[in-house]
Design a protein around this ligand. Structure first.
Ligand code: UDX
Length: 404
């Protein structure tokens, strides 16, 4: 049973249509059609033994997590019998479980159990990661409630971390913060590579082979975006400061990420001079490949900065419907259309379709064959050999960098 308050989403799911782009989800729902019902009616959840809360928790103006959707779920719970367990999948500040428990008590639902079971899926590979998790985390106030949740995952063979609710909530925030720290760290290393003539791709390979460090989340680029990292970093920073602690490292991680998105502008200016009247193509608009999600996509900041400098901006993405969030940007239906007459093209999102970008058709379509590769998707030597001026992130041979 899947319940949502957005009638349009439920209606499309009932028709067998998935209202977002996610690998394997359409097939998964189709295979299990007989076993899933979709509803907007809160009363339909009566009889469910486990009730997963999967709402979003976007940032408020202060950077705190907005828990209004969580509270709405609690308020709309119907009278439930037996000992159902409310399971929090949403990313929430530490202490939320305690408050939700109090909310349940206040609603006369003290017999409903509570567990925190954070979700670590990343978009574009969510189904695979659900079936093959690195770990499952279950925090509960009562051991029996935690047992009920843990039992669901036993068949997956992954380690199950059992803990208290506060720690479970913190695990999710800390894991995300650590991943973001790695990204901002390698992005700063990339910036120093640019200033000194080292190659961050090789540096990341050499660093990542240290078993204490590991190879993941060391891809330098134009910064992280998406529905989780930006808001979860703010929420953790805010959670800390609300508790009287200034989380300096996280503040720096966030700032580095903001600056990283803007460095592309400097690279374009170094080659083109003032950007007023220049035509720039943004290739890939979703916050990462494999999704149509535009939330906190670096393309939004880039487009806004370019437009503010007076550039003409054309964007292309294979799946994202970006028009509404990129006002002033002309959306092209193909890469060639996007780069036609352009003074520069920027790879913003590393869609596989862009791997073959350094070809004659693209170079000849552009007014000036400058490629700024914000994701280090292309091979610098091959791209230059194909007649392009190439700028990656933290790669030698870029304008203004020391000799390699
Ligand atoms: C992330 C976490 O991975 C996941 O555990 C959590 O549940 C939700 O947030 P997601 O936002 O879907 O998942 O994408 P992810 O693949 O983690 O990428 C996040 C951002 O970081 C993207 O903008 C991506 O381009 C960027 N990134 C990732 C880098 O810039 N470099 C890297 O090495 C890895």
């Amino acid at each position: 049973m899947i319940r949502d308050i957005v009638a349009g989403k439920i209606a499309s799911l009932q028709r067998g249509e998935v209202p977002f782009h996610e690998l394997d989800v359409p097939e998964l729902l189709e295979r299990n059609r007989e076993r899933i019902t979709f509803t907007t009616d809160a009363n339909d959840v009566v009889g469910c033994e486990l009730l997963f809360v999967c709402v979003d928790t976007p940032p408020t103006a202060s950077g705190d997590a907005d828990l209004s959707r969580v509270w709405r779920v609690v308020e709309e719970l119907p009278a439930l019998e037996g000992r159902p367990v409310l399971v929090m999948k949403s990313t929430v500040p530490v202490g939320t479980g305690t408050r939700v428990g109090e909310g349940l008590d206040a609603r006369g639902l003290a017999h409903v159990g509570y567990a925190s079971n954070p979700e670590f899926l990343s978009e574009g590979q969510a189904v695979h990661e659900f079936i093959h998790p690195d770990r499952v985390v279950v925090g509960a106030f009562e051991a029996a409630d935690g047992d009920a949740v843990a039992a669901l995952y036993e068949g997956l063979g992954a380690p199950i971390v059992r803990c208290d609710v506060n720690s479970s909530e913190m695990i999710k925030l800390a894991a995300n913060a650590f991943l973001m720290t790695r990204i901002s760290f390698i992005n700063e290393i990339a910036n120093v590579c640019e200033a000194t003539g080292a190659d961050v791709v090789k540096v990341a390979e050499g660093v990542g082979l240290d078993h204490r460090l590991g190879p993941h989340f060391l891809r330098a680029g134009i910064g992280y975006g998406g529905s989780c990292f930006p808001k979860d970093s703010l929420a953790l920073k805010q959670l800390a400061s609300n508790s009287g602690y200034h989380f300096q490292l996280l503040a720096a991680v966030i700032e580095v990420n903001e600056l990283q998105k803007r460095r592309v502008i400097g690279k374009l200016e170094r080659h083109l001079g003032p950007l007023s009247g220049k035509k720039v193509a943004l290739l890939g608009l979703a916050f990462k490949p494999g999704t149509d999600d535009m939330r906190e996509a670096p393309s939004i900041v880039l487009a806004a900065r370019l437009l503010a400098e007076g550039a003409e901006v054309r964007g292309w993405d294979p799946v994202a419907d970006a028009e509404a969030v990129l006002p002033g940007v002309e959306i092209a239906s193909s890469v060639i259309e996007a780069v036609a007459g352009a003074d520069a093209a920027v790879i913003v999102t590393e869609w596989p379709e862009l791997r073959e970008l350094a070809r004659d058709e693209v170079r000849l379509a552009m007014a000036n064959p400058l490629l700024v590769d914000g994701r280090n998707l292309l091979d610098p030597a091959l791209t230059r050999a194909a007649g392009f001026t190439y700028e990656g992130v933290g790669r030698p041979g870029a304008a203004g960098a020391a000799a390699a």
